[in-house]
Design a protein around this ligand. Sequence first.
Ligand SMILES: [Zn+2]
Length: 341
Amino acid sequence: MSFLKHTLAGSSTDALQNYLGSRATALAAGVIEVLPKQSSGQSIVLSSGIHGNETAPMELLDGLVDEIVKGKLEPRNPLLLIIGNPAAAREQQRFVEHNLNRLFSASASQTGSSKEHQRAIELQGLVERFYAKTSGSLSSAGSLSANKPLRLHYDLHTAIRRSKIEKFAVYPFLHQRSWSQSQLAFLEQCGIDAVLLSNQPAGTFSYFTSRHLQAHSFTVELGRVKPFGQNDLSKYLKLVESLRGLIEGHQRFESKPESLQVFKVVEEVIKRSDGLKLHIPDDAHNFSPYPAGTLLASDETYQYITQIDNERFVFPIQNVPIGQRAMLIVAPTKLGERAQT
Ligand SMILES: [Zn+2]
């Protein structure tokens, strides 16, 4: 058995704890915590399987847990490891009732009784307690003092379609905070080729931990969805090596990114009616560039035509509920003056 197998089998926390032994603590289904005696200055949250069919990240985390359990990897930073949606993972479905990565929210308006609604609330609470325990509490103004361990959250995903850029990260909207060059350099070290800068709040896990828990948070896309057992994990060597270094306390966040491509969101296409049509071939890759003047989406009272050359689409899904995002349009940009180390 393994962390992933126990989670998919629906094992009790006791059974999972039996497997983990003394090196890690089972907190809930699909959630374990490692609290080493020392901290090297980072409190790390790694999440996977927020979408249940995105198997590669779950297998990657499972490998790290296996190494920790066997004593081959010795954490020198506190660590929270998450398999996000076990019920959906069991079915290898993106979700059971609702897209979990739209349900994270600190507001009281977070309603709904589905498994995914309950799981979002559970995960928020677990991450909040983990950070409070390992990197101190936030000030009354909601900020984290400078001498506390950095709060890090990498939420690992894979995409539905092929992509011109296989590995990329989504930087949640930061409001008044600055982009972190050293975080982007770390992502580059992990083998990530591009970052997409969000321009508004979202119901994603990474936006929640960034906005409400002051973490350096990213949604990280790692290639294409495949069934369990069919992932080529050798594609992720740089990522796994970098995560090992981070867990073992060797990672210094001091560099700047060198060749990372940067994109900004120029349009969020919302499904307004069942008349929405995305003018994109089924086999077109994410980040395919289009010249100015190309019709990319039309709805009953809306259309999106590219404004400048080299605009690209990402994450197109025609079949979303009305009111939800059906596609993002992005364009190349530079980090600019809001970046800091
Ligand atoms: Zn996903």
